[in-house]
Design a protein around this ligand. Sequence first.
Ligand code: KDG
Ligand code: MG
Length: 409
Amino acid sequence: MKIEKVEVLVSSPDRNFVTLRITTDDGLVGLGDGTLNGRELAVASYLENHVAALLIGRDAHQIEDTWQYLYRGAYWRRGPVTMAAIAAVDVALWDIKAKAANMPLYQLLGGASRTGVRAYGHASGLDVPELFDSIRKHQALGYKAIRIQTGVPGLGSVYGVASSPTVGGKRYDYEPARRTALPVEETWDTAAYLRHVPTVFEAVRNEFGPELTLLHDGHHRMTPIQAAKLGKSLEPYDLFWLEDCTPAENQEALRLVRQHTVTPLAIGEIFNTVWDYQTLITEQLIDYVRSAVTHTGGISALKKILEFAAQYQIKSGIHGPTDISPVGMAAAMHLDLAIHNFGIQEYMQHGDATNEVFIQSFSFEDGYLHPGEQAGLGVTYNDEAASKFEYQGAYLPVNRLKDGTVHDW
Ligand code: KDG
Ligand code: MG
């Protein structure tokens, strides 16, 4: 089964997506997600100009060999652009292999280890009453696990909080990338944040009781000692995890955080390879691996990372915001269903335009996702719908402290 055609599809239904479509000589079609938020065209160009020609004529069944060929063969390893491009190829080939086997992809990954995949959604509010409304809306949708982000008094806009909870007519969605010529700049104050967040969790626990599963994302904004302080101050509210508490490049930083708090830690949405996790996993400095299939070289690579993590009782928490396309989400769901050390799956829900372009087979019922039983990933790409949504440049915001210093966003 030879690869005959490779297409890089860029569309912007609700937001930008980069999709790779591979067609074999016997007519099987596979999709892969290569979306890198705010840098989409870099991956599209990498695929179009440096990868597509290498794939033509290759045996579509040789997924591992193709992965190694693209990773080792480029000489320049790792990095989000390279690994998103490799992920797109890897996932498209898994889609094809599963279609050739006439099985849903999870069957090829070892079969189902559970009946459904527990998902968490994003509740947010500029203040606590707005947050409570958002939590109730999520509960009404079936979510049993909810990430909590709120505005911080004195700061205009804050990570994870929509400036308007009904942007684009949608319920609650928070889309950090903005279609502006230059990145939007936000203002940050870590001390104000550290004072405010525990009061929010106290209010949420008092209102919603002890059983609701709560998560929080620190978005790389703290120093290790600040993160330790936050983790400790959140202990009474029993978080499922505190995510990305410190900048992710320095694995050693998590040692200090770990020494001071038993709040579980999750990290890794901006990691690309197993090497980013080496110390974190072997020293058991984290509890959850946050990588996306899309940014970690695909199913082949993330499965290996998760199997390594499993030896240290570390579980999965695969990244699933709206900048992971429905193709990347489907890949995540198949992997979630198959692996033993599944933890939780982030699920933010795409908008109507996205669902028009990507026809999907997954279900979400009573807080649990299932990828469905279609052969392959269970996603098809609607070219006609996609042609209505041309690429539009968009940037993630940039963060500055009150004195103008650039800070981690
Ligand atoms: O592209 C950046 C977003 O995916 C990120 O800001 C979302 O932190 C995020 C999360 O946990 O989903
Ligand atoms: Mg995050």
